[in-house]
Design a protein around this ligand. Structure first.
Ligand code: B12
Ligand code: SF4
Length: 492
């Protein structure tokens, strides 16, 4: 069969995402996107070789509807489920059968089945080849459900050969699945389970070797985002993995729980193996909120100290906060701004609380009659889809925008950058992966082209930044990422 595998873009309601890199792509004159979704190369690797596969990622290309496959597989998260439905309907109107999978159809199969021919609930590993066999023999069922969680050691590595990798900033690699915690707002434990499953370190290194052997000639090192929910959940595995990574010349980022701040040896190993940033869900400054979230683990750590400790190893803390939990009031916004500024958090992710389907939060909000909107494209953490407990939906939206625009204002960005430059924070990467002078020069030239603009804050920022672009402590990619974040903050 001919099979199309599709990654939908966000719907029109929710055109922007913190991670969309739209400003960056315009700046570079390309259509670069942060990354592909790992589900797609995973599906390719599970597809028997007699089938032909084409991938369309709407974030970097248009779907070629003139190519008529026998079957279409679409991956869907909640925030782009509506767009996934549109694509599915379009193919169905052409007489082509569609199959949807991923977290959204798994959590809302009935809703998804209104728009596609078949839903796969759960992970594809155990079931995808059976689905394809049924499709080929004209007996595709409406619903398939993975019989159990996949043993990650039993499958081939994701096949990225059909991806346009040069269009992505990062490669995605997953080494473990599952999370032992049970936060109220999160769907990971419901989908991936609470038991940690890992690949073997050898499997992961094989993926890294493949990525290295096919990297763009412009890159000295590959950049990898480890898509594990908590890369240190199994510390023994993590230690072996980080030790093995040391020999493979990788810039990497990951997600981990705050207790990593207590483990100097592990932090040292992470830093030595190329870890540049750890994403940590701080979620809230309020202990009562953390209790409600069931995120007690955070309460055992003093946030300022934890951030300082991690950053003392040359690893940037990417923080994430949720606004709108039940104990939040209109004062919460200023408290969060003050905290972020005082802690010099460089790229905080600010989320409006979103009751994602399949979470305990969604169930509670429904029971309390507080869900105001079921338009999935607004479930993107930038819209208010529920009634907050101690403020109006409008207060929450305005407060969110205030936080975003304050912490990503150019003044604040420059102040924080100077803080990091003063300590020569990026000396490790600047030594092992120096920015070529030609890139600095091109970056400065491109910055200058932005000076003629009505955005006077940006022009002022550029004028202050220009003399520093050639400073050896400065990484131009960080400046571009922050300009991208500023653009996002003022667009939503
Ligand atoms: C890595 C990651 C990111 C990264 C990278 C994004 C990327 N390119 O993948 C970053 C940090 C950028 C990110 C951003 C966001 N993320 Co995120 N992210 C993840 C994470 C940790 C891993 C995803 C992953 O790669 N999994 C590995 C792949 C192989 O698994 P999979 O996608 O589930 O696919 C399997 C099955 O679902 C199934 N399957 C999937 N598709 C299909 C299709 C077919 C046809 C079939 C048969 C089967 C199938 O088979 C696959 C193999 O087993 C997940 C949590 C998790 N554990 O999954 C959250 C998660 C996907 N993110 C989530 C959220 C909310 C976000 C953000 C909104 C956060 C924010 N505030 O900005 C943004 C949205 C960005 C966007 N537009 O997608 C939620 C989504 C919940 C939902 N209901 O949609 C998750 C589940 C975490 C959570 N808290 O619940 N994310
Ligand atoms: S928010 Fe993080 S720690 Fe909590 S359940 Fe989800 S993945 Fe686990």
């Amino acid at each position: 069969m001919n099979i199309a595998l599709i990654i939908p873009r966000l719907s029109d309601v929710s055109q922007r995402s913190f991670y969309d890199f739209k400003f960056g792509a315009r700046f570079l004159g390309s259509r670069k996107h942060i990354s592909y979704l790992l589900a797609i190369p995973t599906l390719v690797s599970l597809t028997p070789p007699e089938h032909a596969v084409r991938i369309f990622d709407e974030n970097i290309e248009e779907i070629d509807y003139s190519w008529k496959p026998d079957i279409v597989g679409i991956t869907a998260r909640t925030m782009f489920a509506k767009r996934a439905y549109e694509i599915s309907e379009k193919y169905r109107s052409m007489g082509i059968r569609t199959i949807m999978g991923g977290i959204h159809p798994s959590m809302c199969p009935e809703d998804s089945l209104l728009h596609c021919d078949c839903v796969v609930i759960g992970e594809a590993e155990e079931i995808w080849s059976a689905v394809l066999e049924d499709a080929e023999n004209g007996r595709l069922k409406r619903i398939y459900e993975a019989p159990k969680h996949a043993d990650l050691r039993a499958y081939p590595i994701p096949d990225r050969s059909a991806l346009s990798r040069r269009n992505y900033l990062l490669d995605i690699v997953q080494t473990t699945k599952g999370c032992p915690f049970n936060c109220e707002f999160c769907s990971v434990h419901a989908f991936d389970g609470q038991k940690i499953r890992s690949k073997t370190v050898e499997q992961v290194i094989l993926e890294i070797q493949y990525l290295n052997s096919t990297k763009s000639r412009y890159k000295q090192k590959i950049s990898v985002f480890f898509a594990d929910d908590n890369i240190i959940a199994d510390k023994a595995f993590a230690r072996t993995l980080f030790t093995a990574l040391k020999d493979h010349n990788v810039n990497w980022m990951c997600q981990a729980s705050i207790n990593i701040s207590q483990d100097s040896d592990l932090l040292e190993l992470m830093s030595a193996s190329g870890c540049g940033a750890i994403f940590i869900g701080f979620e809230s400054l309020s202990g009562n909120n953390l209790d409600m979230m069931n995120k007690g683990v955070n309460q055992r750590y003093e946030y300022f100290g934890a951030i300082k400790k991690i950053q003392s190893h040359g690893i940037l803390v990417h923080s994430s906060f949720i606004l709108g939990y039940d104990c939040d009031t209109r004062n919460t916004f200023d408290e969060l701004i003050n905290f972020i500024q005082e802690a010099n958090l460089l790229m905080p992710l600010i989320n409006i609380l979103t009751p994602l389907p399949g979470t305990r939060l969604f169930k509670r909000m429904e029971e309390e009659g507080r869900i105001l909107d079921y338009d999935w494209s607004k479930y993107d953490t930038q819209h208010v889809v529920f009634r907050p407990a101690r403020m109006s939906p409008d207060d929450l939206l305005r407060g969110y925008r205030k936080v975003l625009r304050t912490v990503y204002s150019f003044d604040s960005t420059l102040k924080k950058l100077k803080y990091y430059w003063a300590s020569d924070f990026w000396r490790g990467p600047n030594k092992s992966d120096p920015v070529k002078p030609v890139f600095r020069f091109l970056f400065a030239l491109r910055l200058m082209t932005l000076l003629i603009s009505t955005n006077t804050d940006r022009s002022r920022f550029i004028l202050k930044i220009l003399p520093l672009v050639f400073d050896r402590r400065v990484r131009v990619s960080t400046i571009l990422a922050l300009m991208n974040n500023n653009d996002f903050a003022f667009a939503v």
